[in-house]
Design a protein around this ligand. Structure first.
Ligand SMILES: Cc1cc2nc3c(=O)[nH]c(=O)nc-3n(C[C@H](O)[C@H](O)[C@H](O)COP(=O)(O)OP(=O)(O)OC[C@H]3O[C@@H](n4cnc5c(N)ncnc54)[C@H](O)[C@@H]3O)c2cc1C
Length: 555
């Protein structure tokens, strides 16, 4: 069974509460952040520890616990710290609860099925004894994946981390992995056979295979590897109506591909127990290079031209002017400097770098020979857009720190600030207006929640480029109001309304969850929601499955 002490600790930190505050050794950052947000200074707001004695008692009867224990081989935990940890994910409201040490509606038990049959038995027991079930992988959902509608029935989390089988089928170029295998662990196992699935979300060290598929995620190198659904061949799911194996071979034309319904299902239909995914040879060479484009729009044009021409890059990421300025300022403040070193300034002058630039990072993964061609193509498109090359060094430093930002989130929250991300995707022609509208909506909404001084910093980058469009990823950093939850609701509402009104997708890769449910009809239409509801009710007529996305279904 998972170690309750570690799980309890994880309540307050990103993956590991013992991770040192990255800003502790950078005293200049506080003043810089305060200045940037229009504040006289930052306030210290450390998290409060959770008191396990205050966690509500389990509502499961002895008979229910016995039924659960009979169903699963990996054990059942009633430990308050384990139950509190598995009640919340990593959304901003979750984060507020965790930091306040007050997790509400703590789940009644955490059960650890070890295979598909046990997951099925767990759901049978739920049907017979009248409790609900939430599947949980890494718990890194940022969209309220665990914020299910309230119900009088007890709630049991099906923790997938014991579904840990990994089997490579070299001849087929596939791997079958248990839903609970963490992405970094899978990558490590695959690296011994020199293959990869290429799924590198920023939550790589926390998210699981099942969670990535369930939330229909997309990794940082998706321009090469596609999103996780693109790699999905088949899957098995324990549903309240029985064990469902999707088509064994993905490329089949007898009717719609039903396997695709698993991607993005977020626990609505059952517990995904394992999946077969396409493998790709591990890259011989990995490199990231940086440019400064004269504007965000110029960078976007280059990204569009490359995506439409077809290119050998794994990633192309264009930060807007605000994000570029933030990254530069933060880098300098962290190093204790006010201005860039003389050498850097001189180089930028000589290269005639733009004054309010947009940082572009292009990443390559592949054969040694392909490197030159991919970067030559990127260079041509970026030169046409008026961009200045910065070479490999900034690219390497981006690569080195690409999984660090979540740790920074904890540091900012501990300094009286709020930080959340909002992502969407749209066709190229809509991106400039969408970018402006979401930025303005977040800025205004934050302004409306602050009585005194201060304002938001709204940063954005474009990535995950397709021939028809791309993803926009916004980060908002803002002074936290007294009623932080209400403040967030106002910001989230304003940002999402701006997204929907400007033709953006409700989410490109974070998923649906409770947080996006109020807008689901705007994207899928009434018929789409009716279809989703019919599927959920067919597989789960007794409404056993209990997840945030359930809020999107018709009653
Ligand atoms: C700091 C940070 C960075 C992130 N970066 C990215 C990113 O770059 N790309 C990206 O795509 N996402 C990203 N995310 C979002 C999140 O990590 C992904 O959605 C991830 O795929 C979720 O995996 P998980 O195992 O943590 O799932 P969980 O959070 O445990 O679950 C997510 C949802 O799926 C359901 N679920 C989980 N496992 C199963 C299963 N086996 N069967 C059925 N339902 C299941 C849960 O009930 C829940 O509703 C980020 C999150 C954080 C906190």
């Amino acid at each position: 069974m998972s170690d309750p002490t570690r799980l309890g600790a994880k309540l307050w930190g990103w993956l590991d509460a013992d991770h040192p505050d990255p800003l502790a050794t950078a005293p200049k950052v506080d003043g810089w952040l305060a200045g940037m947000l229009g504040l006289p200074e930052l306030t210290r707001t450390p998290p409060s520890p959770l008191d396990p004695a205050k966690v509500r008692e389990t509502r499961l009867t002895a008979e229910m616990v016995a039924a659960l224990e009979a169903a699963v081989g990996g054990g059942v935990s009633l430990d308050p710290a384990v139950r509190a940890h598995r009640t919340v994910g990593q959304s901003y409201p979750d984060q507020l609860e965790r930091r306040a040490g007050k997790v509400r509606d703590v789940v009644d038990a955490v059960a650890f099925p070890e295979n598909a049959v046990e997951a099925g038995r767990l759901l049978d027991a739920a049907g017979q004894h009248g409790f609900r079930v939430t599947p949980a992988g890494g718990g890194t959902s940022v969209v309220g994946g665990f914020d299910a509608p309230r119900d009088k029935r007890p709630l049991v989390v099906a923790d997938t981390t014991h579904l840990a089988r990994v089997e490579i089928a070299a001849a087929d170029g596939t791997v079958t992995a248990g839903a609970g295998v963490r992405l970094d662990r899978l990558d490590e196992v695959l690296s011994h056979s020199n293959v990869t699935i290429g799924h590198y979300p920023q939550s790589f060290h926390g998210a699981t295979v099942g969670g990535a598929i369930a939330a229909n995620g997309s990794g940082q190198r998706s321009d090469l590897y596609g999103r996780i659904a693109d790699r999905l061949v088949s899957a098995r799911m324990a549903t309240p109506s029985g064990l469902w194996s999707t088509e064994a071979f993905r490329e089949a034309s007898a009717g719609p591909w039903l396997g695709g319904l698993v991607a993005g299902s977020e626990g609505l239909f059952g517990i995904l127990t394992d999946a077969t995914l396409r493998l790709q040879a591990a890259p011989e060479h990995v490199e990231d290079r940086a440019w400064l484009a004269p504007s965000f729009e110029a960078g976007l044009r280059a990204a569009r031209d490359l995506a439409q021409a077809g290119h050998g890059l794994a990633m192309m990421r264009v930060s807007d002017e605000a994000e570029t300025a933030f990254l530069t300022g933060f880098r300098l403040a962290r190093a204790g400097a006010d201005v860039p070193p003389l050498l850097e300034r001189t180089l930028l002058l000589v290269k005639r770098a733009p004054r309010r630039p947009a940082l572009v990072i292009a990443g390559y993964e592949g054969s040694n020979q392909g490197t030159g061609r991919a970067f030559a193509q990127a260079t041509a498109a970026l030169r046409k857009a008026g961009a200045t090359s910065l070479g490999s060094r900034p690219g390497a430093s981006w690569r080195k720190s690409r999984y660090d930002l979540p740790h920074l989130r904890e540091s900012l929250m501990a300094r009286g600030l709020g930080v959340d991300t909002f992502e969407t995707a749209a066709s190229w022609s809509k991106l400039p207006a969408l970018h402006a509208a979401v930025r303005a909506a977040i800025t205004d909404a934050v302004g409306g929640t602050l009585e005194g001084t201060g304002h938001a910093a709204v940063l954005c980058h474009a990535g995950h480029a397709y021939p028809e469009g791309a993803c926009l990823y916004f980060t908002a950093i803002f002074p936290r109001a007294d009623d932080a939850l209400e403040q967030w609701r106002a910001i989230k509402k304003a940002a999402t309304q701006a997204i929907v009104a400007n033709g953006g997708a409700l989410s490109h890769h974070h998923g649906l969850g409770a947080d996006h449910a109020p807008w689901v009809k705007d994207e899928k239409g009434a018929i789409g929601v009716a279809l989703l509801t019919a599927l959920a009710r067919t597989l789960d007529p007794r409404r056993i499955m209990s997840v945030g996305a359930s809020r999107a279904l018709d009653d």
